[in-house]
Write a protein that binds this ligand. Structure first.
Ligand code: C5P
Length: 218
C-alpha cells in the first residue's frame, strides 16, 4: 500500500448520531481533507445482507467491496434505521471487518492527490485504522440528544419512525458497539473528548478548529 508522506490525518470515533459526521465534513472541507464516513461501508454491507439474504456470504461481500466507490456510499437507502441496526450486527464479524480494513487504510494513507490529507470517522479509527493520526477526537453527546437528532434527520428523509423507536435502536446500537469483542467503540487516552450535547454545529466546529490550528501553526 502506498503511504503519502506529510499528510494531515484526523481520526474520529463516536457513538451513533453524536454529530461526528457533520463535524468531520466541515473540518474536512476547511482543511481540504479527504473525508470517509466508515460507518457507511458497514451500512453498505448490511444493505447487501437485507437485499440479497440468500447470496450473502464472505465471497459475495468481498466481490462487492472490491469495486466499491465513494459514490455507492452516498445512497439514501443506507440511511434507514433498519440498515443501521443491521450494520451494528454484521460489524461484529471478524472476516467482514478484515475486508473493510484495507479499504479504509487506503483512503486514510493514500488520499487522492488533490487533498492535503484525510479525515475518517467511525468506531475504531483512533486505535485501529489510523493509530498514528495527527489528531484524534472522541465525539459524543447524551443518548436522548442523539436520538432526537437522528429522529429529526430520519423525519427529514420522510421515514416512518417515532422518537421512542429511534431512542430504543440507538441504545441497542450503543450496547452492540461498546461491548463487542472485536474493535469495540472506545475513547483512547490520546483522543480529545468533545461533548456536543449543548453545542451547536458551529460551536463544535470552532472548538475543533482551535485545537487543530494551535498545533499546526507552530
Ligand atoms: O456511523 P454509523 O451509525 O453509520 O455506523 C453504523 C454501524 O457500523 C455502527 O453502529 C457500528 O456497528 C458499525 N461501525 C463499525 N466500525 C466503524 C464504523 C461503523 O463497527 N468504524
Amino acid at each position: 500500500m502506498i503511504r503519502r508522506k506529510n499528510i494531515l490525518k484526523i481520526a474520529i470515533d463516536s457513538p451513533a448520531a453524536a454529530g461526528a459526521g457533520t463535524l468531520a465534513k466541515a473540518i474536512s472541507k476547511h482543511y481540504n481533507l479527504f473525508y470517509l464516513d466508515t460507518g457507511k461501508i458497514y451500512r453498505f454491507i448490511a444493505y447487501l445482507k437485507i437485499k440479497f439474504p440468500k447470496k450473502f456470504n464472505n465471497k459475495f461481500v468481498k466481490s462487492k467491496i472490491k469495486y466499491l466507490k465513494i459514490k455507492d456510499l452516498t445512497k439514501s437507502n443506507l440511511l434507514s434505521d433498519e440498515v443501521g441496526t443491521e450494520a451494528s450486527i454484521i460489524s461484529k464479524i471478524k472476516s467482514i471487518r478484515k475486508m473493510v480494513h484495507s479499504f479504509q487504510l487506503n483512503f486514510a494513507y493514500n488520499p487522492p492527490k488533490k487533498y492535503k490529507g484525510s479525515c475518517l470517522d467511525g468506531r475504531d479509527i483512533t486505535y485501529n485504522i489510523i493509530p498514528d493520526a495527527e489528531f484524534k477526537f472522541y465525539i459524543t453527546a447524551n443518548v436522548k440528544t442523539r436520538a432526537l437528532r437522528r429522529y429529526k434527520e430520519l423525519k427529514g428523509l420522510k421515514k416512518e419512525i417515532t422518537y421512542q423507536e429511534v431512542l430504543k435502536s440507538i441504545k441497542k446500537r450503543d450496547k452492540n458497539d461498546l461491548n463487542r469483542k472485536i474493535s469495540p467503540l472506545k475513547k483512547t487516552k490520546d483522543s480529545l473528548l468533545i461533548n456536543t450535547t449543548n453545542l451547536n454545529k458551529r460551536a463544535c466546529f470552532l472548538k475543533i478548529k482551535k485545537i487543530i490550528d494551535r498545533k499546526i501553526n507552530i
